[in-house]
Design a protein around this ligand. Structure first.
Ligand SMILES: C[S@@+](CC[C@H](N)C(=O)[O-])C[C@H]1O[C@@H](n2cnc3c(N)ncnc32)[C@H](O)[C@@H]1O
Length: 266
């Protein structure tokens, strides 16, 4: 069973996602892409956040193939202007081949990679190598949750969440916080040049709604992950909510963006 994501949650995080993305990876990507019409595949496209962020930053006319198991989410993913063509494919990414038919220049995904397993990643990298395409995988959680002001039980929450992140999200045991580093290494083994760059969320007091949603989600994951720490977690959450109420809570969530360029163009 795959994890479901609500349109509300994807909307709530979209601005923070766009602000966080590693712009340093764009010049090597756009230099590598052809001058002509660019074909892009977006895996786990959801409601189109990656399309909205990336398509204005790529040169020239583009075709995007969006792939997601959730057809309803993808209805919100529309072309930003007439130079961009968008097709949507309701498909389960666990089935091989991962990539839809066609010869993409770029395969991209955002907020997806931490859900997948090592065998899935091997299959994905092999298909990208065969296609000779560039790969840009953004906003992969890296295991680091930092709060200000800090609290002695922040580490308890962080460790339990990271354990939960490694549970099966439908693809087999999830790579979770190790996903971006593992992907960089797997793509290098397939002959790709790789760049990893931090893309942390930095959420201030004015983003208390997003902080609060994260707190709620992590808290319930942490409770599922422990038999003994329920009281400590409840007290930690009460202290954190107080900081959010007074507008002094700052939250930094580590992510990594990965660019992988193939050894030669197909
Ligand atoms: C965290 S959301 C990210 C959505 C979008 N890329 C974004 O940045 O807003 C993960 C997406 O992966 C999709 N997904 C998860 N497991 C999947 C699977 N097995 N097959 C296809 N899509 C899947 C979900 O439906 C969801 O839209």
């Amino acid at each position: 069973m795959s994890t479901q994501f609500s349109a509300h949650w994807l909307h709530l995080r979209e601005q923070a996602d766009h602000r966080a993305r590693a712009v340093a990876l764009l010049p090597p990507l756009t230099e590598w892409l052809p001058d002509r019409h660019v074909r892009v595949v977006d895996l786990g496209a959801g409601s189109g956040s990656n399309l909205r962020y990336l398509s204005p930053l790529l040169p020239g006319p583009q075709s995007w193939q969006l792939v997601d198991q959730d057809q309803a989410l993808m209805t919100a993913a529309t072309a930003p202007d007439e130079t961009v063509r968008v097709e949507r494919y309701a498909r389960d990414l666990r089935a091989a081949p991962v990539l839809p038919k066609g010869a993409p220049h770029l395969v991209t995904a955002s907020a997806l990679l931490d859900l997948v397993s090592r065998p899935w990643l091997e299959q994905f990298a092999g298909e990208c190598r065969a296609a000779g395409c560039a790969v840009l995988v953004s906003l992969t959680y890296d295991g680091r949750i930092r709060w200000q002001p800090d609290d002695p039980d922040d580490a308890l929450l962080n460790n339990l969440v990271n354990g939960h992140q490694r549970r099966d999200k439908g693809f087999g045991p999830a790579l979770g916080p190790d996903a971006a580093d593992t992907a960089a290494s797997v793509f290098r083994q397939h002959g790709f040049r790789t760049w990893l760059s931090p893309s942390p969320w930095q959420l201030g007091g004015s983003e208390a709604v997003l902080q609060s949603a994260l707190l709620d989600g992590w808290l319930s994951a942490a409770h599922e992950q422990t038999d003994t720490d329920h009281q400590r977690l409840a007290e930690w959450a009460a202290r954190r909510r107080q900081h959010l109420d007074t507008g002094e809570g700052v939250l930094i969530v580590g992510h990594l963006d990965l660019l992988a360029l193939p050894p030669e163009r197909a």
